[in-house]
Design a protein around this ligand. Structure first.
Ligand SMILES: [Zn+2]
Length: 129
C-alpha cells in the first residue's frame, strides 16, 4: 500500500517500537505515529483522497515543485530550514546525510526531539497554507 511507504521503510522487525516506551505527550506520540504511518496532512496523503496522481501531489509551501511526502517535509523542504537548522544544532551527533537513515535514527535515539520538530513544522505549514 502506498500509504505505508514510510512505515515499510522503518519497520524491519516485529517488536514494540522504542518510542512507545519513552515518555512522550499524547501530541508527541501522535506526531510520531502519523509520520510513521503516512497520515500527516501532507499533499502525498491529501491527494489520495482527491484522486490526484502521485506525481502531482506537489508541496504547496515551497517552490521546489516536488511531491510533498514525509522525507520532503522533514528533511528537504526549504520552508522549514530555519527550524531544521535548530534541530541539527540540537542533535550534533546525528548524521543528516541520508534522510531515510536519519529518520530511522531519530525515531530510536531522539523521538521527543523529532516529535517537537514535526509539531513545529506542522504549525509553520498551517500558517502558510
Ligand atoms: Zn516543500
Amino acid at each position: 500500500m502506498p500509504k505505508l511507504r514510510t512505515y515499510k521503510l522503518l519497520k524491519t522487525e516485529f517488536c514494540t517500537e522504542p518510542y512507545v516506551k519513552k515518555f512522550l505527550s499524547r501530541k508527541q506520540r501522535s506526531s510520531i505515529a502519523r509520520i510513521r504511518c503516512g497520515t500527516l496532512p501532507l499533499e502525498v496523503e491529501r491527494g489520495r483522497y482527491r484522486n490526484i496522481p502521485a506525481d502531482r501531489r506537489i508541496c504547496k509551501v515551497c517552490n521546489s515543485n516536488v511531491t510533498e511526502d514525509e522525507i520532503h517535509f522533514l528533511f528537504l523542504c526549504n520552508r522549514y530550514s530555519v527550524r531544521r537548522n535548530e534541530l541539527r544544532r540540537e542533535l550534533t551527533s546525528v548524521n543528516f546525510d541520508s534522510p531515510e537513515e536519519t529518520l530511522k535514527e531519530l525515531l530510536i535515539s531522539n523521538p521527543k526531539t523529532l516529535a517537537n520538530f514535526i509539531i513545529d513544522c506542522l504549525r509553520i505549514r498551517q500558517d502558510v497554507i
